[in-house]
Design a protein around this ligand. Structure first.
Ligand SMILES: [Zn+2]
Ligand SMILES: [Zn+2]
Length: 161
């Protein structure tokens, strides 16, 4: 096992390919930001990306600063690698735009999990049939509920397990 420094080369390589597919240069900041988002299968705010970068990267690796992260996610949204989702509290979060998906937002902690669009295709059809709206998979639904972690916290609060 290599030292806990920097990023897994396999991850770096895969993200490099993703950037190349979008015609983007493999900048270290882009790779670092995407490496934080990739395992989440959900969305993170810039502050959360910053937090994770400092946890994952050794300081002598110079994790990108907040301004750089902002610039990076903005570019990646423009290029269609990421997409943005602004929550009701005004915080904008970013997630990979690869597969069509909807979002489930935790009402306790605000974490956002992606729900593959295919699983809600029937729901969208019913919603369209019952309204005059045209809804596309890419338009995205936002569902609200409790994430697994907050469900577990709620359970321990209620029971004496
Ligand atoms: Zn998303
Ligand atoms: Zn939660």
């Amino acid at each position: 096992m290599a030292s806990p420094s920097a990023l897994d080369p396999v991850v770096t390589e895969r993200i490099g390919e993703l950037l190349r597919a979008h015609g983007l240069r493999r900048m270290a900041s882009r790779i670092a930001v995407l490496a934080m988002l990739e395992p989440v299968h959900g969305h993170l705010s810039v502050a959360e990306i910053d937090h994770r970068l400092h946890e994952c990267l050794p300081t002598d690796d110079h994790p990108p600063d907040l301004a750089t992260i902002y610039r990076t996610v903005t570019t990646l949204v423009e290029q269609g690698v990421l997409h943005a989702l602004t929550l009701e509290n005004g915080v904008t979060t970013y997630g990979l735009a690869a597969d069509p998906h909807h979002h489930a937002v935790c009402t306790e902690c605000g974490s956002i999990i992606e729900v593959p669009a295919g699983r809600l295709a029937a729901a969208l059809e019913h919603a369209m049939a019952g309204s005059s709206f045209t809804l596309s998979e890419s338009a995205g639904l936002t569902l609200h509920g409790l994430c697994p972690r907050c469900q577990a916290l709620g359970d321990t609060g209620r029971s004496s397990r």
